[in-house]
Design a protein around this ligand. Sequence first.
Ligand code: PLP
Length: 426
Amino acid sequence: MIPTTREQALALDAQDPLHGLRANFTLPAGVIYLDGNSLGVLPAATPARVAQVVSDEWGRDLIKSWNTAGWIELPQRVGDKIARLVGAGPGELVAADSTSVNLYKVLHAAAAIQRADHPGKTVILSERSNFPTDLYIAESLAREMGFTLALADTPEAVEQRLDERVAVLMLTQVNYRTGALHDMAALTARAHAVGALTIWDLCHSAGALPVELKACGADFAIGCGYKYLNGGPGAPAFVWVNPKHADRFWQPLSGWMGHAAPFKFTPDYQPAPGIARYLCGTPQVIGMAALECGVDSVLAAEPLGGLTALRAKSIALTEAFAALVEQRCEGHGLAVVSPREAAHRGSQVCLTRSEGAFAIVQALIARGVIGDYRQGDEQTPDILRFGFTPLYIGFAEVWDAVEQLRQVMESREWQRPEFNRRHAVT
Ligand SMILES: *Cc1c(COP(=O)(O)O)cnc(C)c1O
């Protein structure tokens, strides 16, 4: 339902069974935070938990904490919790390293499997609009292993490019720029039909929408801890490997934490069975503690319907935002570039404008409405990006954000010089 007044938006919040989850977060006053797809907000439980890890587990118990506080099991313990959010089983997923690094591990493993089983397959297929780090990692790996990186220009072109030459289909389920959502089940089936393995990047899906890795028969997945999982800046990422592939190859970063017996200190590498071999070095304990609080903040929705309920709310929020922008900001040259059909859209809405996208975002930030800007090029437009994390964003905020945008456009405030200066991080 699209609210037609602020009162109606408030009424939608009052009826929303998930609205109370907002109290589990520290949201700064006077801010409407529509950037949880880039950095999730601080869960209320995190500061005390991190302080405890620092002062008690590290400060007092020191090295004993590897055992007494379970530090050594953190990648698996946090991994098992994330597994519940992405349709994976216990013992199949670990929290570790960064998304970029985990992508390198799984892409290498997938390529090694294909090189052994189907040496004629030498193409890694992805999308030109995929997040650049994914493409950079694939580019370097393709070079190193003698594969070719092929890039589809549109989501529809992905299917057309899937042929017998494709060894690995590497996609991000929700496009970071447009919010376009791929059909994981259908594309995985199409990939398997031509003998390709699939790698799904879940950076913009984990914690935002139901993901069914195992039910889809996916082969590999990776994802981010600091976006919808609220793990904090630079939080550890995660990696999942379908159990049928997990023992087939060493992943290339064969560090001691992926060894079958790290504390035997043998000079030769013997990979651990299962997903543990996808670990590399010592877990980032403090970051992992914050990530666990973040994942718990998503799991807190389980008694209220979990990701199915969160997804329904996310659709309602994004639907309302897109419709209100079109109604209330009409005539200001703003266009919605995210897919309008909910089944094809993640938890974000992107707008574009022929001029001023960056400055409009800056003017909104000055008014306390935080979204972000993503620069375009010859083929893709400049984008104003707004993420809606259903755990802590409500309908009144959608209403207020659109009202602020309307005022920024109406007053031409965005044309002021201070909103047109660029910073290092956009
Ligand atoms: C956010 C994001 C990343 C981030 O990778 P890091 O290694 O954490 O810097 C990678 N891929 C996609 C698709 C993302 O959205």
